[in-house]
Write a protein that binds this ligand. Structure first.
Ligand SMILES: [Zn+2]
Length: 139
């Protein structure tokens, strides 16, 4: 099997490869993972959370946490492991004039617990999203 990215079965947009460990951990319903490759649908308007190359679908309402970038996500977690919300991080950056991901980690609870593969919809560390918020505020 090659690392080919397939598009979402519903919205046809390109998603991001995620670990089956993440899908298994976050899905409310039992899913057949076997040898399937799973992808996260990155389209905010699409109700699909995960889709696979074996036609398995997991909707955003069928996973344990809201996906922050999906429309009407509530609460909007950035750090899923330590349950830190977007607004809390934005406030910290603004109020304490934080410049780096390291600053945010020092001054909030973000990334205090790190078990991203089981907790975050991407299965990856939230530092990428924290960086985006810092960039957003700089503008
Ligand atoms: Zn989609």
């Amino acid at each position: 099997m090659q690392n080919e990215i397939i598009s979402c079965a519903v919205c046809k947009k390109t998603g991001e490869l995620v670990s089956t460990i993440t899908v298994k951990s976050l899905s409310i319903k039992p899913i057949k993972v076997d040898n399937a490759k799973f992808f996260l649908c990155l389209n905010p308007e699409c109700d699909v959370a995960y889709y696979s190359d074996s036609a398995e679908l997991v909707l955003k309402d069928e996973i344990k946490v809201p996906i922050w970038f999906k429309t009407n996500a509530h609460p909007e977690y950035i750090c899923y492991c330590s349950k830190v919300e977007k607004q809390e991080i934005l406030d910290a950056i603004n109020n304490m004039n934080l410049k780096t991901v390291g600053d945010v980690v020092k001054n909030t609870n973000a990334m205090k617990i790190s078990d991203c593969i089981h907790n975050s919809p991407t299965g990856k560390c939230c530092s990428r999203q924290i960086k985006e918020l810092i960039e957003l505020i700089k503008k």
